[in-house]
Ligand binder design. Sequence first.
Ligand SMILES: [Zn+2]
Ligand SMILES: [Zn+2]
Length: 64
Amino acid sequence: MAKYSCGDCGMEVHPISCGKCGTELTHVNIEKDDGTTVGVAECSNGCGKIKSPMCCGHDMAAAD
Ligand SMILES: [Zn+2]
Ligand SMILES: [Zn+2]
């Protein structure tokens, strides 16, 4: 299960739950068309995915 933290200010965000089914979202990295990867939080039941939370102007890093 992913927990997100900001390296700049130390802010932590605990796992987010799916708004549809309540399952804890799983952190995955997906590759974009330009070859860069972006972290997203995805529902393992296939409801969909949301972008990782941001803090201090950049994506928060996921840590187990
Ligand atoms: Zn921050
Ligand atoms: Zn779901």
